[in-house]
Write a protein that binds this ligand. Structure first.
Ligand code: MF3
Ligand code: CO
Length: 248
């Protein structure tokens, strides 16, 4: 079942989306070499509260933080901790906010200080893949067109998509139907309809893209230790493509 949101529900999701965008932007500006990643989590909680929202990840299936901070070969679901951010690190921040019962979810990746140009290219290609994918979130298209366009861009650049995690529908719940893999699907249904809301989130690795889950039970890392990047937006399906609701 894929739900179609009413105008009022879309309005609330846009409010949640604006909070996600503002907070992610603030966190990105605030991130500095030498800082412990848990400082980002504390700041996120304060900001979300001040805007009248709730951290959507906190407590979701027992997830213990408001944000995910994934460094370098961590793909997703990195735990904020005492670990310091260092020059050359690739930092991914992932955040969900609930406002009046409705959610939005987004992620960004950026680098700290002087960074290997190949890592910079990985980040750029992943962000491009997100925008190429969300342009396909158009009324009348198949879900599979999102993933196949993402995968094509990533493969052409010589990188791999991570297949164990997928994008998802979103609304009252963080994860709703449909699943949105970042690769082409043999099953090409369902058709996209106006008013669906989707979180599209390419996760891209420099190497093969196989992952394992670390001992905290959450954090996904690449098996080959290669760097990974992750970008995500929540979008509204329209006749012209995905309308991003998690940007300012
Ligand atoms: N953007 C990720 C997702 O949609 C983050 C989820 S973290 C969790 O799966 F803790 F909430 F699971
Ligand atoms: Co998501």
């Amino acid at each position: 079942m894929v739900s179609i949101k009413s105008d009022e529900e879309i309005r609330l999701m846009k409010e949640a989306g604006r909070m996600v965008a503002v907070v992610l932007n603030e966190l990105k500006q605030f991130t500095q070499e030498g800082m412990a990643t848990q400082e980002l989590d504390e700041k996120a909680r304060r900001l979300i509260k001040s805007f009248g929202g709730k951290p959507a990840f906190l407590g979701y299936r027992g997830y213990p933080y408001a944000i995910c901070v994934s460094l370098n070969s961590e793909v997703v679901h990195g735990f904020p901790s005492e670990r310091s951010i260092m020059e050359g690190d690739i930092v991914s921040l992932d955040l969900g906010v609930e406002y009046d019962g409705f959610l939005a979810d987004a992620a960004v990746t950026f680098s700290i200080g002087k960074v290997d140009p190949e890592n910079q290219r990985l980040i750029k290609i992943t962000e491009e893949a997100l925008y190429i994918g969300l342009a396909q979130a158009k009324e009348g298209n198949y879900i599979g067109q999102i993933g196949s366009s993402i995968e094509e861009h990533v493969i052409k650049a010589g990188f791999s998509v991570v297949r164990e995690f997928v994008g998802h529908g979103i609304g009252k719940n963080l994860h709703e139907g449909p699943s949105i893999p970042n690769y082409s699907l043999p099953i090409t249904t369902p058709l996209l309809k106006k008013g669906m809301t989707l979180a599209i989130e390419p996760m891209v690795a420099y190497g093969k893209g196989d992952i394992y889950i670390t001992s905290n039970g959450w954090t996904a890392k690449t098996k080959d230790g290669s760097m990974a990047a992750h970008f995500e937006h929540t979008v509204l399906v329209t006749p012209r493509g995905g309308e991003v609701i998690t940007s300012i």
